[in-house]
Design a protein around this ligand. Sequence first.
Ligand code: ZN
Length: 255
Amino acid sequence: MSAQTLDHLPPLQGCLYCHAEGSTTLVESRKVLGIGSDYPVLKCSHCKAVALLDVGAGGEDSWRIRYRRVPHTPRYFYLARHLGKAGWLSAEKALAISTDGYVQRTRVQQARQGDLVWLQPVRLDPPPPLMRTDETVYLTLRAVSFQQAPPQTVFTRPEHGDVLDSGKLYVTNQKLHLLGQRQDWSHRLSDIQRVDYGNEYWIVFINAGSQMQKYRGMHMDGQLDPQLITTIIEALWRLSQMRSEPSTSFDVLPE
Ligand SMILES: [Zn+2]
């Protein structure tokens, strides 16, 4: 296929990674001494992502893409995880991930600005034990563990800490409620000290008097990703702070 006939392919119309339009170009791969790739290289001038593009021979939908180098900033958390490390992806799969990544990025931006309406928060009737009737549930997270949090050092791995309980965690506009296997636990949003996340986990650190405790969940299919979960909890914390101290302003975190 000539370069001209490829222009209509989605990866050449817009970048699947950063979603800038008209920022991608296809260049022949350089093969030095027989080493290199047979596939042309797709480069984005906006986000600097680099991918191999196999344009295939079976028509418009037969292309495949494999990302070789991608930006890893928080803005692209979801796409780095799903597009950047995926190896060869079919057109259908790559486009689906790209769309999901766009939605996820938008949700993170909304949450940072305090817009959580899209979560469609609900009041539970009747509410579970310890939850008040005027609390609104924003997140319901399965398989969450409640742990002691040993002092953080460079050697402390996120999974460290004695497990106190595990169960389903409700995050409301006022509190965190864990329906544990041993008992029910509740913490005010104002007890949150900080949040943390990685590719496979999210953590909410709780001030518990002289020591620290934490709620910890693993990434699960069909559940929001760790970055979005912690961004939402952070937003609820900020909103609750504003309610309790109306004069306090907060800064929207930079991306
Ligand atoms: Zn890009």
